[in-house]
Design a protein around this ligand. Structure first.
Ligand code: SF4
Length: 404
């Protein structure tokens, strides 16, 4: 359908119903032009591809976004031991653990038909900046044609960012694309907030495992929202679901702050569900890191927290090392009993944090446990260290309360 507007501009209804301006010269036959345009639109419709992405954070929100853009989504499964083994097999030996897990999950998704990987980049000494190119190269060597689209800083790499964003947005009009992005941000925020609430309730639950079961229900519910109105309705339902978790008041819980490398801290399948394990030991865990937090401080850094870290580390190394140090100081200020720091073996930014921790722990007078994880280390060793740390925190709290 052609809508004529001013002189040499026509607006054409695209396949998704949006009106897009199309500029023409005088004398051109509009009918022919329309046919050319229709072919062009159909070609763009064929840009529908099977997309996958790393399994990190509120994956159902990313799924919804790609589906609304008209793509088919090959959901990355939560990483398992075989995902890790697959990644380890084809990764450079000394690359950090997140790369190995992510590569393994790309390979799993590719065997299920994924044609395009969409991921984010990184800066500085953090190797995330090389993940995209490196994984694409490895996939090529293995005989796969899968492309890897890396979204880097849209300020520093704007032309590339824009070109890739056009590709992902498929045939959607700009207005529709912005409304899909708006919905995606709301979904990410809602899922992160409910995960936070569930984590807070878990140590108080009467029936072990009830929070985790309700969390699965809530994820499905929120992740199925196709519009902001639907999301609003689903949030009301999620509130009802969460209120069904029976909790009992406790005043013996130990308060621990969790910091570290983003992938290790957020991906429960890789950190051996440390938050669940700590809840079982009578520990209430606070984790500041989630995707909403990352998005919030992507453009405007978290200055108040970075300022706290200045005394120990003044430079950005590319990971979240300065933020982690800043949050460790904040946890102490808020009266936490202890801090757990998670890092993958060989992570340069977090190795720097690890070297600062002994001094930090001494200055702040707070116990800090740093756990380095990799594909070689079994969990048993870490479990023993975790239990010993929790015992230490409990004894310390008792001693401090007796001396007051
Ligand atoms: S923060 Fe560390 S582990 Fe994570 S991607 Fe960067 S270098 Fe690798």
């Amino acid at each position: 359908m052609i809508h004529t507007s001013i002189f040499y501009t026509i607006k054409i209804e695209t396949v998704n119903g949006a009106l897009e301006p199309f500029y023409i010269c005088p004398g051109i036959d509009c009918k022919k032009l329309f046919i050319i345009r229709q072919r062009f639109s159909n070609k763009r419709m064929d840009a529908r591809v099977k997309v996958t992405f790393p399994h990190l954070g509120p994956v159902l929100a990313y799924k919804k976004m790609f589906e609304l853009f008209g793509h088919e989504v090959v959901m990355p499964s939560p990483p398992t031991q075989s995902t890790l083994e697959l990644g380890v097999k084809y990764s450079p030996e000394f690359i950090c653990l997140p790369f190995k897990v992510i590569l393994g999950s790309y390979l799993e998704a590719i065997t299920r038909g994924a044609e395009l990987v969409v991921t984010s980049g990184g800066i500085g000494a953090c190797r995330a900046g090389y993940f995209g190119d490196l994984s694409e190269k490895i996939l090529r060597q293995l005989g796969y044609n899968t492309r890897v689209l890396v979204f880097d800083s849209f300020i520093k790499e704007f032309p590339e960012f824009y070109r890739q964003a056009r590709e992902v947005r498929n045939h959607c009009s700009l207005i529709r694309a912005l409304s899909i992005l708006n919905l995606t941000f709301h979904l990410i925020y809602a899922l992160d907030q409910y995960e936070k609430k569930i984590n807070q309730l878990r140590p108080y639950e009467v029936v072990r495992g009830a929070s985790n079961r309700k969390w699965l229900e809530i994820q499905k519910l929120i992740g199925a929202s196709n519009s902001l109105n639907e999301l609003k309705i689903n949030i009301k339902e999620a509130e009802r679901i969460i209120s069904e978790i029976a909790v009992a008041p406790r005043n013996d819980l130990i308060q621990v702050g969790l910091v570290g490398e983003i992938y290790m801290v957020m991906e429960s399948a890789i950190n051996q569900e440390i938050e669940n394990k700590l809840a079982d030991m009578g520990v209430a865990v606070t984790r500041y890191r989630n995707i909403s937090h990352w998005l919030k401080y992507c453009i405007r850094p978290n200055f108040p927290i970075l300022k706290k870290a200045d005394r120990y580390l003044h430079y950005e190394l590319g990971g979240h090392e300065r933020e982690n140090i800043g949050y460790m100081i904040q946890y102490k200020e808020l009266g936490y009993d202890g801090i757990i720091h998670l890092l993958p073996f060989g992570c340069m930014p977090e190795l720097v944090t690890q070297t600062i921790i002994p001094q930090l722990s001494k200055d702040l007078d707070i116990p800090i446990l740093s756990l380095s994880l990799d594909e070689q280390s079994g969990w048993l060793n870490n479990q023993v260290r975790l239990e010993a740390f929790v015992d230490l925190l409990k004894n310390r709290r008792e001693l401090l309360s007796n001396s007051n």
